[in-house]
Design a protein around this ligand. Structure first.
Ligand SMILES: C[S@@+](CC[C@H](N)C(=O)[O-])C[C@H]1O[C@@H](n2cnc3c(N)ncnc32)[C@H](O)[C@@H]1O
Length: 190
């Protein structure tokens, strides 16, 4: 089996430190980005969580009754997140999930899913989006945010169209710095 850190286009775990650091808060403030979407007690997926730049604040926002599924291909990412979550006293709210390239493995209904700077790395976006759609509760939301530097406007719109064909509806296009973003909603009846 190919180690996930050598799969082409997958952000290697050792590169993450270049953008997952305290300076990033000046550009991507997790609280500002996530606050409108998360409620106490929510079940949330952070897919392609890396070492948990957003996961810890998702756990704080969802509170003690919340449940965060942090999924990543790379065990090194999940190990880094475990250390951070333990230090922050948040590990009991976070489920670490080792994803496979063709299946995340979500096994419970979701209120919200975050895919931050990761969809462009997914080998097969269609089944990936469908798995999230199926796991979301009716009315649940998926926030996709992609880096402008790697994802052209055209490529981003292709992903948006794919998601719409899979059954998602566009709810809004939140502004996120140096990124392209879209908030999808799962219709009440799919
Ligand atoms: C650029 S990093 C972003 C990490 C984090 N979301 C952040 O913003 O700091 C992309 C992450 O997505 C993960 N990834 C790529 N494809 C994936 C897949 N199919 N399922 C789960 N994780 C995936 C990579 O291992 C990597 O940790």
């Amino acid at each position: 089996m190919t180690p996930s850190s050598t799969i082409p286009h997958t952000c290697p775990w050792w590169l993450l430190f270049t953008f997952d650091n305290p300076v990033r808060k000046l550009i991507h403030n997790p609280w500002q980005i996530l606050l409108p979407h998360i409620h106490a007690g929510d079940t949330v997926l952070d897919v392609g969580c890396g070492m948990g730049y957003f996961t810890l604040d998702l756990a704080r926002l969802a509170g003690p009754k919340g449940h965060i599924i942090a999924a990543d291909l790379q065990p090194q990412m999940l190990a880094g997140l475990r250390r951070r979550a333990e230090r922050a006293g948040l590990l009991e709210r976070i489920e670490l999930l080792q994803a496979a390239p063709d299946r995340i493995g979500i096994d419970r209904p979701l209120d919200f899913a975050l895919a931050f700077w990761m969809v462009h790395e997914v080998r097969q976006p269609e089944p990936f989006l469908q798995e999230i759609l199926m796991a979301l509760k009716p009315g649940g939301r998926l926030l996709v945010i992609e880096p402008m530097i790697h994802v052209s406007a055209q490529a981003f719109e292709r992903t948006v169209s794919l998601a719409e064909r899979s059954g998602f509806m566009i709810e809004s296009r939140p502004q996120v710095r140096i990124s392209r973003s879209v908030l999808f909603r799962k219709p009440k009846a799919v």
